[in-house]
Ligand binder design. Sequence first.
Ligand code: AMP
Ligand code: MG
Length: 320
Amino acid sequence: MTIVLGADAAGIAEAAALLRRGALVAFGTETVYGLGADATDADAVARVFAAKGRPRFNPLICHYPDAGSAFRDVVPTDAAGRLAERFWPGPLTIVLRRSLHSAVALLTGAGLDTLAVRVPAGETSRTLLRAVGQPVAAPSANRSGAVSPTTARHVLSGLSGRIEAVLDSGPCPVGVESTVLDLTGELPVLLRPGGVPLEAIEAVAGQVARAGHAADSPRSPGLLPSHYAPGLPVRLDAVSVAANEALLAFGPPLAGAGLVFNLSADGDPTEAASRLFEGLRWLDEQGAARGLQRIAAMPVSERGLGLAVADRLRRAAGPR
Ligand code: AMP
Ligand code: MG
């Protein structure tokens, strides 16, 4: 059952309490309805991917009530500061290096060392974000492949029964998604056109490259074959483990491994998703420290989020 909450003080307080408990709550922003989860809670974020039926772990945008809180999770640049000053709160998302101290779950950023952050406009969403007191990861609140919802009714038509609640703040005034700008390279790169026009961004940040056009620019992560590549090579579909390998297990681990990270002892693909990036990084660090040469990954069930886990493992094992 998905409950509909009104955008009054009681409804917002209830939505915030649900989010703090790890529940999924869709809420209206000025752009489209977002499917919110506590960005620091990997289980909740895994359930976002499951509810949307996303075939892949795209990195999610983290939402904040103000620039000060957004900039605590990333390493801001001068351009980021100027853009935030001019366009926040508003429909601009900026991608920056993730701060080392950030508590945002690795799954939220799909294992990248960058993070997309935004301060949405709209009193309801900002009051909600202030009340949650944690960054809220929120992709558009639709099933994967469907159009983005701009009313609570649209949200329910796709996600009813799959999420705990929707906070109904009425129709979204902008109606298209935020502009996504990558500020991690030499030039800003437009990853997605959206609510803030390119010309307005260029007036503040100077020349902006289009994704795919700049010679040496970071591109949208979904386009990269090796999306998150650990330092140690990954061997897929392991049915045995060698002495020089660390084991990424799913279900009962293979015998003989010295260093094991189990994605899910019970073979639960949603749990595996929530632990995947953490596991790869941990095996990478610990494995390298022990002189191991490779990560052997057991096959993961392709049920539910297992498909996305398998996709990410294939990319991690892909050509460098
Ligand atoms: P949606 O989840 O539908 O709001 O879309 C989010 C958009 O932001 C996608 O196009 C993502 O690829 C992009 N995005 C989020 N985080 C990052 C990141 N760390 N680096 C590059 N793009 C990102
Ligand atoms: Mg979307």
